[in-house]
Design a binder for this molecule. Structure first.
Ligand code: ADP
Ligand code: F6P
Length: 453
C-alpha cells in the first residue's frame, strides 16, 4: 500500500502532558490513520524567526509527524490574517466579518510555497498526497511547481458558499486555479460539493468534486464514554446536578458555533417554559480558539457578559442556570459528560460537519439516550435524522427544540437514537478516509491528472 502523506495546518504530534486539541480535522484524521504508513506534515504550532526550513520529525508507530515553524509575521499574515480573518468568515457565509488585506493574501500564498518547499524533499515517488482544509487551497499548485507528480487529493472540512458570495473574495479565481492542480476534491455535503464545483467550473476548471461526509469511530467513542462516566470528573458533574437535567454544549469558542444565539435560546426556554426553571442546567464548554483574531476576542467578552446576565436574571440561591467554561477538557472526559447529558445542544450558524453532534450521539446510553438539538445548518443535519432540527437564528425555535427534547419520552429518544447510531456506525472515520482515498486512486488510473507536471 502506498504511503499516505497528509498535509494540514494543525498536526497533532503526540506530546505528553499537552493540552487537548479542540478541532474536528485533527480528531477525524487521527482516527483514520490507524492502519497505514503515513507522513503527516504541517505547522508545529510554534513561531520562530523564520518560516519553514527542515521539519522537526517525530515518529510514533507507523506515522511520522513532520512540522515546521512559522515566523511571527507569517503567523499574523497567513493564519490570523488571511485564513482566519478572511477565508473563515467567507466560507461560513459571514462576509460582514471578513477583512481582506493584500499583504495577508500574499503572506498566505508565500506560506503555502514554503510548505511545498519543506515537504518536497520528504516525498517518495509512489506517495499519495492528501491536503486538508482552507489553509492550503494553493498547496497542490505549489507542490506541482516544485516537481511533485504524485496523486494529490484535497478535502475541505468547512462549508463552501454559493458562487455569488464566493465572488466577493478578491483574487478568488487565483485560489481556484491553484486548487485545480489537485486530482480530486472532497467536501462535507452534497451542497458544499456543488457550490465548490460551480465555482471551479465558473473559473474554467473541471476537477472532480464529490461529497465525502466525515465520520467518527463511534464504537470507540461509546466505549470511552462508558468508561469516563464512572471517572472522577463525570461523577463530580453528575453529583453537582442534584437531579437536574443537563443540557450540554461543547465547541471551540468561535462565532460560527452560534454561542450567543444558543445562550439566548436557553434564556428563552426559561422564560417561555417556566416548568423547567430550577430543573435544568446548561453546561457550555468552549475553549478559547484563535484568540489573536479580533472578532474572537469580542465574542468572548460578549459571552462572558451574556452568561452572567442570564444567571443574574434567572438564577437562584441554590441554582446557577449556565455553567460557562473557556478551557479545553480532554476528549475522553467530554465523552463522559455527553453520556450524562439529557440534551446535546449543537447550534452552529454554519458548520462543515460538526463532529460534536456525532460524538454526542455515539456517547449515549442505548437504554436511556439523551436527545440532540441540532442546527439545520450543520453538515451533520444531513445524516442525523433523529435530531430535533432548529434554525439557530431564532432563540424561540431553540427554546422550543430544547423543550421538546426535555419532555421527550424514553421510547421516542431510543427510536431516534437507534437510527442515528446506525448511520454513525456505517460511516466511520476510517470508512470516510478509505472512501476518499479509493476514489482518488481510481481517478489516477482513469484519466491524466489535471495540471500534472
Ligand atoms: P471544529 O472542527 O470547527 O472545531 P467539530 O465539532 O467538527 O468542530 O470538531 C471539534 C472537535 O474538537 C471534536 O472532536 C470535539 O470533541 C473537540 N472539541 C470541541 N470542543 C472541545 C472542548 N471544549 N474541549 C476539548 N475538545 C473539544
Ligand atoms: O475543522 C475546521 C478547522 O479549521 C480545522 O482545520 C482546524 O484544525 C480546527 O478547525 C481548529 O482551528 P484552529 O486550527 O485554527 O485552532
Amino acid at each position: 500500500m502506498a504511503r499516505l502523506v497528509i498535509v494540514s495546518n494543525r498536526v497533532p504530534v503526540p506530546r505528553p502532558r499537552e493540552r487537548p486539541q479542540a478541532g474536528g480535522l485533527a480528531v477525524a484524521l487521527k482516527e483514520a490513520l490507524a492502519t497505514r504508513e503515513a507522513l503527516w506534515f504541517g505547522w508545529s504550532g510554534q513561531t520562530a524567526s523564520h518560516t519553514g526550513g527542515s521539519p522537526e520529525i517525530v515518529t510514533v508507530g507507523q506515522t511520522t509527524y513532520a512540522t515546521i515553524d512559522l515566523s511571527s509575521e507569517d503567523y499574523r499574515l497567513y493564519y490570523t490574517g488571511f485564513a482566519n480573518g478572511m477565508l473563515w468568515p467567507l466560507l461560513h457565509y459571514r462576509m460582514g466579518l471578513a477583512e481582506f488585506r493584500r499583504e495577508e493574501w500574499e503572506g498566505y500564498r508565500r506560506v503555502n510555497r514554503a510548505f511545498a518547499h519543506s515537504l518536497t524533499p520528504l516525498l517518495r515517488d509512489d506517495d499519495v498526497i492528501w491536503v486538508h482544509d482552507f489553509h492550503h487551497f494553493p498547496l497542490a499548485a505549489a507542490l506541482r511547481a516544485a516537481g511533485a507528480k504524485q496523486r494529490i487529493g484535497f478535502f475541505l472540512h468547512v462549508p463552501f458558499p454559493p458562487l455569488p458570495l464566493f465572488r466577493a473574495l478578491p483574487q478568488g479565481n487565483i485560489l481556484l486555479r491553484e486548487l485545480a492542480s489537485c486530482d480530486l476534491i472532497g467536501a462535507q455535503t452534497p451542497s458544499d460539493a456543488s457550490n465548490l464545483r460551480d465555482a471551479l467550473r465558473g473559473a474554467g476548471f473541471d476537477v472532480p468534486v464529490h461529497p465525502f461526509p466525515i465520520g467518527i469511530e463511534a464504537e470507540e467513542f461509546a466505549r470511552e464514554a462508558e468508561k469516563a462516566v464512572r471517572g472522577q470528573d463525570a461523577r463530580r458533574l453528575a453529583d453537582s446536578l442534584s437531579g437536574r437535567a443537563l443540557i450540554l454544549g461543547v465547541d471551540r469558542l468561535d462565532y460560527s458555533k452560534g454561542l450567543p444565539q444558543r445562550l439566548r435560546g436557553f434564556a428563552a426556554l426559561l422564560r417561555r417554559f417556566p416548568e423547567h426553571r430550577g430543573r435544568v442546567t446548561l453546561l457550555q464548554v468552549a475553549p478559547v480558539s484563535r484568540g489573536d483574531v479580533v472578532q474572537y476576542r469580542a465574542l468572548r467578552r460578549e459571552l462572558d457578559e451574556l452568561a452572567g446576565r442570564i444567571n443574574g436574571e434567572h438564577g437562584d440561591i441554590d441554582w446557577v442556570p449556565v455553567r460557562w467554561m473557556t478551557r479545553a477538557v480532554p476528549r475522553a472526559t467530554l465523552a463522559g459528560f455527553h453520556r450524562i447529558a439529557r440534551v446535546g445542544l449543537v447550534t452552529p450558524m454554519r458548520d462543515g460537519m460538526n463532529l460534536v453532534a456525532k460524538e454526542f450521539v455515539a456517547a449515549q446510553d442505548p437504554a436511556d439516550p439523551g436527545a440532540l438539538v441540532l442546527s439545520c445548518f450543520a453538515g451533520a443535519a444531513d445524516e442525523l435524522k433523529g435530531a430535533i432540527l432548529v434554525n439557530p437564528h431564532d432563540p424561540d425555535e431553540i427554546a422550543e427544540g430544547l423543550n421538546a427534547a426535555l419532555v421527550m419520552p424514553a421510547s421516542e429518544r431510543r427510536a431516534r437514537w437507534t437510527g442515528d447510531i446506525a448511520v454513525l456506525r456505517r460511516n466511520s472515520a476510517a470508512a470516510w478516509a478509505e472512501g476518499f482515498l479509493a476514489a482518488l486512486a481510481q481517478i489516477g488510473q482513469d484519466a491524466p491528472r489535471a495540471g500534472g507536471a
